[in-house]
Structure formats: structure tokens, C-alpha cells
Design a protein around this ligand. Structure first.
Ligand code: NDP
Length: 327
């Protein structure tokens, strides 16, 4: 038996979330069973656990879109017992039981061997948020944005994706502007690598189709009016990577930045990202991340704390990354 968080639907259609003791026999199909050491709480997990977003596809569901640990049993040709692995995406915590449990069973093809420079705790300190930040930065580089191109703007800078994006971009030599709804976090954001802070409210006043051209690249976690303002204020041939919807699903923009400034909008999906790009992104994360800086943005909790933390995260009360200790 092992502990897990379980989301169930009641007969009235409501959602019930509780810690339960499950057995290996209840685990879903898969050729690899992993003993989970660390998981984390991502924005998507918070939506699933609070029921505030349509994340869970079938019930009962163990939430948790990512986790890291050690292979316990494997009939997969590429993985052996004792190997350290990380799981993120592929529907874990959405349509397949996920990582907020002491055991997961998944198809081995979903698992990434942990880069040697990262332990399981560090991998989950980064988690899907950090890996998504890396995908955004890799897309900027792929599209030709270099430190010489000009400053990069990062939205939701005090959140998971934003914090890691600040660290990665500054490590790579980019000048970074942090957009935040929490300007009091300025000292922390500067420590992570921001050279400039832009209050979210100031950005939201930028509502014209084209604003002053300021940035060569962008990492946007917000969507909505935030993304529209970012697109309107990109430099000529600037590149915007869009990965989130913290401000909303809508996109109240005009085509002006695209047809008059040649701006590129790149969509970022971490869930079904091809394996080759995943492997490269996790390796690059391991190479670039400063473990000390990463430690500075962590809060550690255990399974019984997860429900409250999920509500706090959606209420904007959380900064940085939340680690969930399983083992
Ligand atoms: P967090 O909750 O850790 O961070 C989100 C941050 O966004 C907050 O800390 C806040 O930062 C900012 N924010 C909150 N509300 C608003 C708002 N109304 N308008 C503008 N900014 C706001 O979440 P994550 O960093 O884990 O995820 C960020 C987004 O990225 C989420 O929407 C998530 O679903 C998405 N995501 C997408 C992935 C993909 O595969 N495409 C993978 C991972 C995440 P501040 O106060 O500093 O502004």
C-alpha cells in the first residue's frame, strides 16, 4: 500500500479530494513502476485539485502532472530497476494517474532518465514549470534571438515558469525585464536575473495595436490582455513564446505586430513535446541551472498540505516553486 492524493466525483457531481492508501494492484497499465520521491504543484495541478479548470479527464484520478524517483520494476527495454527518472506530461494527472502519489505506473516511453547533474529533488524543483521555461528559451534561440538582439520580457515573473525563465535567460547573457503583479518581489526577481521590473498594471495600460518597440523576445505565461500588450510592444522581428493562460484564454490583440513588425508568435506545449526535444531541454536545464538560486525559490510541503497549497496558488499567494516530498 502507498499514499496518494485521489480526486473522486461524488454522486451529486461534486469533486472530492482526499489522501488515500492505494495498492499496486490499483495502478493503471504501464510497463514501468516508479517509486516517487518528489512531485510538485504546478498551475495545472492546482486547477485539477480545486476543480477550477477542466483538467481531469476521468475519475477517480491521482493528480500530479510530474514527478521524479527511481524505477522499481520495468519490462521496458530502455529502463532498468534502480534507474532515476523524471515524468512530466503525456496526460499524467489528467487522463492517467499522476505523480502526487508514492508510486506511478506508466509506459516507459514517457520517462526521461534524470540528467546526472540533477537529483530527484532538483528535477522537481524545476518540474514542468522549469522545463517549460527551458522550452520557451530554446524556441527563442531557435528563432534567432541572441543577447545582442535586445532585451527579453518575462511575464508572471514571480511564478514557476517565470522565475526559471529569468534564471535561464540571465545565465545565457540576455538582459531581462520581469513583468510582475507583485512589484514588492523586486529584490528576489533581481537576484534571479531580472535587470528591470515592469509592474503588470503598467503593461496592461499598453492597449494600442502598436506600442513603443522594446523587446526582442518574450516568455509569456499569462495570455489575455498581457500577451496582447507584449505582442504590441515587440521590436521589429521580435519573437514571442506563449505558454500559459494565467490572465486568461482570450487573446484580445490585432494583427498589427505580425504584419507591420514581422513579429513571430511561437506556441509552447510541454505535454506532448517530442522526446528528442524533451531530452535536450532537461539536459540543458541541468547544465544551466544554478542549484543555489533554485533553492531560493522553493517551498517544501507534503501530501496533506497539497489541497490548501493548490487554493493558495490560484489565489496568487504563492511565489516560486512548491516541492511535494513523497518519500
Ligand atoms: P504559477 O502560478 O507558479 O505562476 C503564474 C504567475 O502568473 C503568477 O505567479 C503571477 O506572477 C502571474 N499571474 C497570476 N495571475 C495573473 C494575471 N491575472 N495576469 C497576469 N499574470 C498573472 O504558474 P506556472 O508558472 O506554473 O504556470 C504559468 C502558466 O503557464 C499557467 O497558465 C500554466 O498553465 C502554464 N503552463 C503551460 C505549460 C504548457 O505546456 N504550455 C506548461 C507549464 C505551465 P506575477 O505576480 O509575478 O505577475
Amino acid at each position: 500500500m502507498f499514499p496518494a492524493l485521489l480526486i473522486e466525483k461524488t454522486s451529486e457531481g461534486a469533486q472530492n479530494v482526499s489522501e488515500q492508501s492505494l495498492s499496486d494492484a490499483q495502478l493503471p497499465e504501464g510497463d514501468v513502476t516508479v517509486r516517487v520521491e518528489w512531485s510538485t504543484l504546478n498551475y495545472k495541478d492546482a486547477l485539477a485539485i480545486t476543480g477550477k479548470g477542466p483538467i481531469v479527464r476521468s475519475y477517480p484520478m491521482v493528480p500530479g502532472i510530474d514527478c521524479a524517483g527511481t524505477v522499481e520494476t520495468s519490462s521496458h527495454p530502455g529502463l532498468v530497476a534502480g534507474q532515476r527518472v523524471v515524468l512530466n506530461g503525456w496526460g499524467a494527472g489528467e487522463s492517467h494517474w499522476g505523480g502526487l502519489a508514492e508510486r506511478v505506473r506508466v509506459p516507459g516511453d514517457w520517462l526521461i532518465p534524470l540528467p546526472s547533474a540533477l537529483n530527484a529533488r532538483q528535477a522537481m524543483a524545476l518540474g514542468t514549470a522549469g522545463y517549460t521555461a527551458m522550452l520557451c528559451v530554446r524556441a527563442l534561440i531557435r528563432e534567432g534571438v541572441t543577447p545582442k538582439s535586445g532585451p527579453i520580457v518575462v511575464t508572471g515573473a514571480s511564478g514557476g515558469v517565470g522565475s526559471v525563465a529569468l534564471m535561464l535567460l540571465s545565465k545565457l547573457g540576455y538582459e531581462v525585464t520581469a513583468v510582475t503583479g507583485h512589484p514588492e518581489e523586486e529584490p528576489v526577481l533581481r537576484k534571479l536575473g531580472a535587470s528591470d521590473i515592469l509592474p503588470r498594471q503598467t503593461l496592461l495600460r499598453m492597449t494600442r495595436p502598436l506600442e513603443k518597440a522594446q523587446w526582442a523576445g518574450a516568455v509569456d505565461v499569462a495570455g489575455g490582455a498581457v500577451l496582447a500588450a507584449i505582442c504590441a510592444s515587440m521590436k521589429y522581428q521580435g519573437v514571442v513564446t506563449a505558454c500559459g493562460l494565467a490572465a486568461g484564454m482570450d487573446f484580445p490583440a490585432t494583427v498589427a505586430p505580425f504584419i507591420l513588425r514581422g513579429v513571430t508568435l511561437v506556441g509552447i506545449d510541454s505535454v506532448y513535446c517530442p522526446k528528442e526535444e524533451r531530452l535536450a531541454a532537461w539536459q540543458q536545464l541541468a547544465d544551466l541551472i544554478d542549484p543555489e538560486k533554485l533553492n531560493g525559490i522553493l517551498t517544501e510541503i507534503t501530501l496533506p498540505d497539497v489541497k490548501q497549497a493548490a487554493a493558495d496558488l490560484l489565489d496568487g499567494k504563492i511565489r516560486g516553486r512548491i516541492l511535494v516530498r513523497l518519500a
